[in-house]
Design a protein around this ligand. Structure first.
Ligand code: DGJ
Length: 702
């Protein structure tokens, strides 16, 4: 709800309130919901907490905008022009953004000497505590202006006593929660890789005794988050948006530039913050036919075969997958061109007839005849130098004339900023989907960007023009195949961000499939993203990334924290392992609705990390607890469950034992994880976690 009274604008969500003073461009309040109907003037008088910067006007903080203005200088000074409340959401041309029923506040400011306008939009949805914010510059002057930075959101937070939480990592170590005390000065986190990156996800939080502020960006390219601790001013400036690294955008008279949408949310604690972000992502980011549909249990051949397969091998995996109860078989990398290794053929999206036994359609039909859906892997934005595409169209590749390009995984990237390249990708990838009849597509992206160059494109515009081209392509393809389930992937979770989730209802969380590693990766991811978007696979042991051996049951338990898949060669498993997998899949299907669409909370105890997923009506829950480390003479580990109805009674089953307890006791008592540390497997394998699953069912209403 948005209410305007004079210059004061109040935005209420179910649990939070944001108050803006439009004429002075200040935030007066953001936090817990305020019920009083006062005029908020009691909040005025502190050092101004701005929603836009005034560099050269004694605002010496990091600016939301760096502009080489029409008068040739860097100075601007925006004067309030108008505030409008619209029933429809502002459009952000060419970029993905949130959607749904709600209201949008548009604030317009004008730099009077030059007539350059800055618009800031705040969208609030009826059912969400997150607020979407975006910014736009319109060049109302008669001369070209140059944007060196336009952040999507500026939020000056009250106080300087924040702990900053970021989600950092690398390939196979995505989104590890990292906590820092904010010190005087600037702390920033960013990506310069042309992708949101494995290294620093755009989702960040700032916490103090007041609660948790969280921010994210609906964008998949270079991003930057800045926290500036201003002790004398008693405030902390936060900025998020496109990274200004190598950014320099020319705007001719009357042209506009739209920054991607940012999202902000406040909650009193981390659990409720995650619940609010999960609800926002599930309702207002993820879209299409698969939004609320239960996701199929898949078998993927990547770790089972890598590039070394033929029709017979694939069919034998698919047959075993079907016997185990899988619903979808995904043919990963290696089915096209002469792709027997990662050195060639990207861009040649035609069937390798030998490896597919006569072509994709033939293979896909045989798999469908077994009663499985068929899924296919593609990496549309890439090109191998050893490919027919490169030989015929070398200038489709992103590389700088006269320089040797940087190769990663032996591959170059396509110049997606070029319309001819975009059309080529749309045509060839659409053809792969159409001719195979694929019901699922895994869209991979296996390198960071270097050698940014496109003929006729200003270097300072390249990164963002690439993203606009990428979004144009992915949106056209997704629109053409509305029934296909698209899963995003970027060497694992290197582009798991809100921009991509607008197209891909699920994302491959990480290439690290080790259960121990996955506990932390999924835990970190869960702060800002719901489990429905996290692809989670059971793979073979010893694990291919770490060499650890975890019991099949532990690998399954951990994978139940996301959308379940298997990524191994089932023909190499024993009968007893296969029958264990059949049991797992049958169990997963029985509890799938809860596991995929219930409310998920993180669980912690001493050396214990896990999760509980609770059905919306709080009648059923599945909890997984993992003891990450065992020390001699440690006390019996304990855990407290979350999300249950405190006044209901529940039957709790684990390890063949069933007990009845109240929801309150299960949440506020310390439940001993008796015997968990005694596992024999732990003695044999140091990389092993000790994992247990609890099924919790309501037996009596509260
Ligand atoms: C990286 C992905 O994350 C893997 O799952 C697999 O698809 C490979 N690429 C294939 O090259």
């Amino acid at each position: 709800m948005i209410k305007k009274k004079g210059h004061l604008i109040r935005i209420d969500t179910a649990n939070t309130t944001l108050v803006i003073r439009a004429d002075t461009a200040e935030y007066l309040y953001y936090g817990r919901k305020i019920s009083s109907a006062g005029d908020f003037s009691v909040c005025e008088g502190a050092s101004p907490r701005r929603l836009l910067s005034r560099p050269q006007r004694a605002d010496y903080g990091e600016p939301n905008l760096i502009l080489c203005n029409a008068d040739g200088g860097f100075t601007y000074d925006f004067t309030f022009s108008r505030a409008r409340i619209a029933a429809e959401k502002n459009e952000i041309p060419g970029l993905p953004s949130s959607y749904g029923e709600g209201k949008t506040l548009e604030l317009k400011y004008v730099d009077l000497p030059t007539k350059v306008c800055l618009y800031i939009y705040y969208t609030v949805y009826d059912d969400s505590d997150a607020i979407a914010v975006s910014s736009k510059i319109v060049n109302g002057s008669k001369k070209e202006i140059r944007l060196r930075r336009l952040m999507s959101l500026q939020m000056d937070l009250p106080g300087t006593d924040y702990k900053i939480v970021t989600f950092e990592g690398s390939w196979a170590r995505e989104r590890r929660k990292t906590v820092r005390e904010l010190e005087s000065g600037v702390f920033s986190t960013d990506s310069k890789r042309g992708m949101s990156s494995h290294q620093s996800n755009p989702f960040v939080m700032a916490e103090n005794e007041r609660g948790v502020y969280a921010f994210n960006l609906v964008y998949s390219g270079n991003h930057k988050e800045i926290f500036e601790c201003d002790r004398p001013g008693g405030k902390t400036r936060f900025l998020t948006g496109i990274n200004d690294y190598m950014f320099d955008w020319a705007l001719a008279p009357s042209e506009e530039f739209c920054a991607p949408e940012a999202v902000m949310c406040f909650a009193p604690d981390e659990d409720s913050l995650s619940a609010r972000m999960h609800a926002f992502v599930s309702e207002h980011i993820v879209r299409g036919k698969w939004k609320k549909r239960e996701r199929p249990v898949l078998f993927n051949n990547w770790e089972g075969t890598y590039f070394d397969f033929n029709e017979e091998k694939i069919l034998s995996i698919a047959a075993a997958a079907k016997r185990a109860g899988a619903e979808l078989f995904v043919l990963d990398d290696g089915w096209f061109g002469r792709r027997d290794s990662d050195t060639c053929s990207l861009g040649d999206w035609y069937d390798n007839v030998e490896k597919t036994g006569g072509g994709l359609k033939n293979l896909a039909d045989k798999i469908r005849a077994m009663g499985l859906s068929f899924g296919i892997w593609v990496e549309p934005e890439m090109i191998s130098e050893d490919s027919d595409l490169y030989r015929s169209h070398p200038n489709f590749a992103m590389k700088i004339p006269g320089r040797t390009p940087e190769r990663m995984r032996h591959q170059l990237m396509l110049n997606m900023a070029d319309e001819r390249v975009q059309n080529y990708v749309v045509r060839t990838i659409s053809d792969v989907i159409a001719r195979s009849g694929a019901e699922y597509v895994k869209w991979d992206f296996n390198r960071s960007m270097t050698d940014c160059y496109g003929k006729g494109i200003a270097p300072g515009e390249y990164f963002h023009r690439y993203m606009l081209g990428y979004y144009r392509v992915v949106s056209r393809i997704v629109k053409k195949f509305p029934f296909v389930l698209f899963e995003g992937c970027a060497g694992g979770g290197g582009r798991l961000d809100l921009g991509n989730l607008c197209y891909f209802p699920q994302y491959w969380t990480s290439d690290d499939t080790d259960a121990r590693e996955r506990v932390s990766i999924q835990e970190g991811t869960s702060y800002g993203y719901p489990q429905t978007v996290m692809g989670a696979h059971v793979s073979a042991c010893p694990n291919h990334q770490t060499g650890n051996t975890n019991p099949l049951s532990a690998r399954f338990n951990v994978a139940c924290g996301g959308v379940l898949g298997y990524e191994l060669d089932p023909t190499k498993l024993s009968e007893s392992e296969l029958s264990e997998i059949s049991g797992q899949i049958a169990f997963y299907k029985e509890y799938r609705k809860v596991l995929q669409f219930g409310d998920q909370y993180r669980l912690y105890g001493k050396n214990v990390v896990g999760f509980i997923t609770v059905s919306k009506d709080k009648s059923t829950a599945v909890a997984v607890v993992n003891l990450m480390e065992r020390r001699p003479c440690d006390p019996v580990p304990t855990v407290r469950f979350k999300g249950l109805n405190p006044s209901a009674a529940y039957e709790v089953s684990a390890c063949g034992k069933t007990q009845v307890a109240g929801g309150d006791l299960l949440m506020y008592g310390d439940i001993p994880l008796e015997g968990l540390a005694d596992s024999k497997v732990a003695d044999a394998n140091s990389g092993c976690i000790m994992s247990r699953m609890y099924i919790i069912k309501k037996v009596k209403n509260g």
